[in-house]
Design a protein around this ligand. Structure first.
Ligand SMILES: [Zn+2]
Length: 127
């Protein structure tokens, strides 16, 4: 599968919505705010399987890639301990801690446990 196919498939599976915050916007151009994020970066995995993907808005895509949060194998948001909810604006991410993400209806397309474990081990920023 090429990158375009991955993006189209993942956006469809997540119904053009961010799996963390639920933001769903599609412009009159047809462009969706939902981005197809790789759980294990494509540069490392060459893995365009949708089970290595998550539908995320640009803000949460950036935070996920930067390790400010991860998603546990139980599909719960786990926010990095480097974030401090008492600092201005960081509470906006911390508030999602422990919430269950929105998932594709079809179980076989949900993110793979191994990919999520990899992300938590290698990307999540620890204090
Ligand atoms: Zn979002």
């Amino acid at each position: 599968m090429n990158g375009t196919g991955f993006r189209r498939l993942v956006r469809g599976l997540y119904q053009d919505s961010c799996s963390v915050c639920g933001l769903h916007l599609v412009a009159v151009t047809g462009h969706s705010i939902c981005e197809a994020a790789h759980v294990i970066p494509f540069e490392l995995s060459s893995n365009d399987d949708p089970r290595n993907g998550l539908g995320l808005c640009p803000v949460h895509h950036w935070c996920f890639d930067e390790g400010l949060f991860t998603v546990t194998p139980e599909y719960r948001v786990k926010v990095s301990p480097v974030l401090d909810s008492t600092r201005p604006t960081e509470d906006r991410l911390v508030e999602f801690d422990s919430t269950v993400i929105r998932l594709p209806d079809r179980v076989e397309y949900r993110p793979a446990r191994e990919a999520l474990e990899w992300h938590q081990r290698h990307k999540l920023l620890i204090a």
